[in-house]
Design a protein around this ligand. Structure first.
Ligand SMILES: *Cc1c(COP(=O)(O)O)cnc(C)c1O
Ligand SMILES: [Zn+2]
Length: 558
C-alpha cells in the first residue's frame, strides 16, 4: 500500500476514499495521509533530480495512485524570490517571497484543488460542492473544468463580483448567499448532504492538506539551491520563519505537516516557526492565542474588507496550530485592513509584486514582527504571497490614481480639416497638470541609500523627489528647489552634512526648511550638540521603515 489514512484522534489506519469523511472507529473528521517514509527517504532526493519542478515531483508523498497528466496545468513549482529591497528597508538580509500568484488560477489554492480534483477523478466522482470566500472556488472551478467535474460554488455576497464572474466563467454554478462565510459553509454542507455530493471540508480535507504541504518541500529545496546544502548532515535547508495570512488555517496545517515529514525522513533538521496572520476585524485565533486559550471563540460578524480572510469560526484548526506553534516558536498576529493595504503598495512599489489584499496581510505581519524585534536581522524568512486574483479593488487605491484625458470631439462631417493649433492630443495632454506633491530632497553620497529612501517614500505616498550626491550639490539643490523637506546624510565628500546645515541655517531663504538627518554611525556627544535645535529628527540608517520616520516625514511637510 503506497499510502494510508490515519485518524489523528484514535490512530486507526484505513485505506483512502474521498467520500469517507469520518473515521469508522471514532467518527473523527481529522485524519491524515501517511506514507512509507523510510523507503521514500532513501530514494526521493536523488529521484527529484530528473523531475519537473511542479508539485507532482513529490508524487510518492501524495494520496493519488496514478497522477493524471491531462489534468495538469503547471500547479506548484512557484518561484522563491529574494526580496532585496524589502530586506534593505527592514534591515533583514534574507527575506524571500514564495510567489504563489504564479499558480494556474493565481492563488495557492491551486495546490489543494489540483490534488483534490485528481483524487476525485481517480475515484470516479463527477460532482462536488465547495463553500468559498472566492479563491477556493476559482481554483476548484479551473481544475474541475479540466476533469469534467461539476462544481457547485457557494460564496458570500461579499465576494467581489469579478471573482464570482470568474467562477461562473469556468462553468461552475455560483450560489451567492447573503450571510457570513460560516453560514455559507453550513448551507453548502446541507446542500451536499441532501444530494449525496462530495463536499470540500476545508482544513479537514486530506487531499487539500497534502496539496498544501508541497509548499514546504519546495521551500526546502529552493533554499538549498540558494544557500547550498546544510552542514548538519541533513539534506535540505529550512527557513527560520514561514509567514502566511490565514483564514481557516489550511495552509499552515499543510506546510507544517510537510516540514514534519521531511524531518522524520532526515531530510531537514529544524522545523521553522510559523507566523499566521489574521485581519484585525476577524482574528479569532489571534485573540485566543494572546489570551492563552485552548479554544478560539467565534467572531460572528467579521469586520474586514478582506473577505478572503473572513473565517470567523476556526474550529479544530486553532488547537492544532496552537500545539504546533507552542512546540516550534510560532505565533498568531493580526494586522488592520489599512496596514494590509499599505503593505500592498509597499510590496508592489518596492518589489514589483502586485498581490491581493489577503496576501499583503502577511507582509504587513512581517513588517510588524520585524519592528517588534521578533524577527531578527539574520533570520531566513519566507513569506507566502498567496494570491493575485483581485489585486486592485477600488478601496485599495482610493481616488486620483489615474489622470483623465478628454479629447476634443472630432468633426465627423469634416474629417479632413487639420486640427487647429492648441487642439488635439498634445493640447489635451498639456492640460494634465502635474499635481503639487510634497517635495523632498535627499542628500546622500551612496546611490543605494538615496534609492532606498526614494522607494520607501514613494511606496507610502506621492512625493516629488530630488537627489544630491554630495554636500555642495545638496546646498545648490536646496537653494534652487526650496524643497518641503531635506533628508541629509552627515558623512559626505566635498562638504559634510554639518557644513550644509550651517549654510542653510544662516540663509534666511532656507533656514525654515525642515531637516531629517540620517546617519550610519552612532554620533558623539559633541556632534549631537552641534545638531541640537538645527534639525527636526535624527535617524539611524536602517530605521527608515519605522512608523516614526514616516510619521515624521508626513508631519514635517504638512
Ligand atoms: C485562502 C487564502 C488565504 C488563507 O489561507 P488559509 O491557509 O486557508 O487560512 C490567504 N490568502 C489567499 C490569497 C487565499 O486565497
Ligand atoms: Zn478515529
Amino acid at each position: 500500500m503506497p499510502f494510508s489514512i490515519r485518524c489523528i484522534d484514535c490512530g486507526l489506519i484505513t485505506s483512502y476514499h474521498p467520500n469517507d469523511l469520518t473515521c469508522p472507529n471514532c467518527k473523527s473528521q481529522w485524519r491524515e495521509a501517511i506514507y512509507n517514509y523510510d523507503t521514500i527517504a532513501k530514494q526521493l532526493p536523488d529521484a527529484l533530480n530528473s523531475r519537473t519542478f511542479d508539485l507532482w515531483r513529490y508524487h510518492e508523498l501524495l494520496p493519488i495512485h496514478k497522477s493524471i497528466p491531462s489534468l495538469r496545468m503547471g500547479e506548484g513549482g512557484t518561484p522563491l524570490i529574494r526580496a532585496v529591497n524589502l530586506g534593505l528597508m527592514l534591515g533583514c538580509n534574507n527575506i524571500f517571497i514564495k510567489d504563489e500568484r504564479q499558480g494556474p488560477s493565481a492563488s495557492f489554492k491551486d495546490r489543494q484543488a489540483a490534488v483534490t480534483i485528481a483524487a476525485l477523478k481517480e475515484a470516479g466522482i463527477t460532482e462536488m460542492v465547495a463553500a468559498s470566500t472566492g479563491n477556493v472556488a476559482i481554483s476548484y472551478s479551473a481544475f474541475a473544468a479540466r476533469a469534467g467535474i461539476k462544481l457547485w460554488a457557494f460564496v458570500t455576497s461579499l465576494v467581489p463580483a469579478v471573482k464570482m464572474r470568474e467562477i461562473a466563467l469556468y462553468g461552475s454554478q455560483v450560489i451567492k448567499v447573503t450571510g457570513s462565510y460560516d453560514q455559507v459553509k453550513k448551507i453548502a454542507a446541507e446542500f451536499a448532504e441532501q444530494r449525496g455530493l462530495y463536499h470540500d471540508m476545508g482544513a479537514r480535507t486530506i487531499t487539500s492538506v497534502e496539496g498544501m504541504k508541497t509548499i514546504a518541500y519546495e521551500i526546502a529545496e529552493q533554499l538549498t539551491e540558494e544557500f547550498g546544502p546544510p552542514t548538519d548532515g541533513s539534506r535540505w535547508q529550512t527557513p527560520t520563519w514561514y509567514i502566511q495570512a490565514i483564514s481557516g488555517g489550511l495552509g499552515p496545517i499543510g506546510v507544517s505537516k510537510g516540514f514534519h515529514e521531511m524531518q522524520q525522513m532526515g531530510l531537514i533538521k529544524n522545523i521553522p516557526a510559523i507566523a499566521a496572520i489574521q485581519a484585525d476585524g476577524c482574528a479569532p485565533m489571534v485573540h485566543a492565542w494572546k489570551q492563552n486559550q485552548e479554544e478560539a471563540s467565534a467572531v460572528v460578524n467579521p469586520k474586514t474588507h478582506i473577505e478572503t480572510l473572513a473565517t470567523g469560526t476556526p474550529g479544530r484548526a486553532y488547537p492544532l496550530l496552537r500545539k504546533e506553534f507552542k512546540a516550534h516558536q510560532g505565533l498568531f498576529e493580526s494586522v488592520t485592513d489599512e496596514e494590509a493595504f499599505r503593505a500592498m503598495h509597499v510590496l508592489a512599489k518596492m518589489e514589483g509584486v502586485s498581490a491581493e489584499p489577503a496576501s499583503a496581510a502577511a507582509f504587513a505581519g512581517l513588517f510588524k514582527l520585524v519592528r517588534a524585534g521578533i524577527i531578527k536581522p539574520n533570520d531566513i524568512v519566507v513569506v507566502n504571497c498567496t494570491g493575485h486574483t483581485m489585486p486592485a479593488e477600488p478601496l485599495v487605491l482610493g481616488s486620483g490614481w489615474a489622470r483623465n484625458v478628454v479629447l476634443p470631439k472630432e468633426d465627423e462631417n469634416n474629417a479632413e480639416t487639420t486640427p487647429k493649433e492648441g487642439e488635439g492630443l498634445l493640447a489635451a495632454l498639456s492640460r494634465v497638470a502635474p499635481d503639487r506633491f510634497p517635495r523632498v530632497a535627499i542628500a546622500d553620497d551612496t546611490p543605494d541609500a538615496r534609492r532606498l529612501i526614494r522607494r520607501i517614500l514613494q511606496s507610502q505616498g506621492e512625493y516629488t523627489i530630488f537627489e544630491a550626491s554630495n554636500g555642495r550639490e545638496a546646498l545648490e539643490l536646496v537653494n534652487r528647489e526650496h524643497p518641503d523637506l531635506l533628508i541629509l546624510d552627515l558623512m559626505m565628500p566635498e562638504m559634510d552634512g554639518f557644513a550644509v546645515l550651517d549654510a542653510l541655517k544662516n540663509n534666511p531663504d532656507t533656514m525654515h526648511i525642515p531637516v531629517i538627518v540620517s546617519t550610519a554611525k552612532e554620533l558623539t556627544k559633541d556632534e549631537k550638540d552641534l545638531l541640537q535645535g538645527q534639525i527636526q529628527a535624527l535617524m539611524q540608517k536602517g530605521d527608515f521603515m519605522s512608523d516614526e520616520f514616516l510619521e515624521e516625514v508626513k508631519s514635517l511637510i504638512r
